[in-house]
Design a protein around this ligand. Structure first.
Ligand code: GRF
Length: 210
């Protein structure tokens, strides 16, 4: 069965949601490990309660970015991780890890890329920028991870109408509900179907690959 490694730095609602969707069989995979860079991440307790291996790996504990990457790779290898899902992971993933997981590492972004993405565009900063811009639609993007922030091939998007939102917080709440639908859906697609990546385009073949 496909083993998913989740990287999370914060409250971990996407991580928890993916866990439930694997447990109830919607995604035919298991979470093999949680990796976090934050000792206080909400995801840690949840992982422990559910007997998932947890690792706290901080870049500053390593002499170089590459060494940080090697430490991550060692954990991923130990748990036979096939697919990495970034779920609110705030550190840049080292190039050696990205290289090892080409087209096998995905991220969720709480807006419609390529708008409102890039360095510094995470968490509430995204929703504040969306709110200020006055756009009437935001959404969710699940994309493959490359070395450039938020720029990898797009796997799946969901549009969220935010005309009725009166603050960045309201936008965040509405978008998060769609994140919890989009991320499992993207994982399911990738696991069950043949994925073709051409430049920045992702397409899925209809036949089930299993
Ligand atoms: C989500 O909004 C996700 O799109 C972004 O970081 C946030 C993480 O939330 N990458 P949570 O920790 O999964 O609740």
């Amino acid at each position: 069965m496909t083993q998913i490694g989740v990287f999370a730095s914060g409250r971990g609602s996407n991580f928890q949601n993916i866990f439930y969707k694997t447990r109830d069989g919607y995604i035919s995979a298991q979470i093999g490990t949680l990796i976090t860079d934050n000792l206080h991440a909400g995801a840690i307790d949840f992982a422990k309660e559910n007997n998932l291996p947890v690792y706290i790996v901080k870049p500053k504990d390593y002499p170089s970015v590459q060494a940080f990457g090697d430490a991550l790779l060692q954990i991923l290898e130990k748990h036979h991780i096939d697919l990495v899902a970034l779920a609110g992971f705030l550190k840049k993933v080292p190039e050696n890890v990205v290289a090892k997981y080409v087209n096998r590492m995905i991220n969720i972004h709480p807006a419609l890329l390529p708008a409102f993405g890039g360095k510094g565009m995470y968490g509430k900063h995204v929703h504040e920028a969306v709110y200020r811009s006055g756009v009437k639609f935001s959404g969710v993007t699940v994309h493959l991870v490359t070395n450039e922030f938020d720029a990898g091939p797009i796997v799946l998007q969901k549009v969220v109408n935010i005309e009725d939102c009166h603050s960045p917080d309201e936008i965040a709440q509405k978008v998060l509900m769609q994140e919890h639908i989009a991320y499992p859906e993207a994982l399911k697609q990738i696991i069950e179907n043949e994925m073709k990546v051409t430049g920045n385009r992702v397409e899925f073949c209809r036949e089930n690959k299993n």
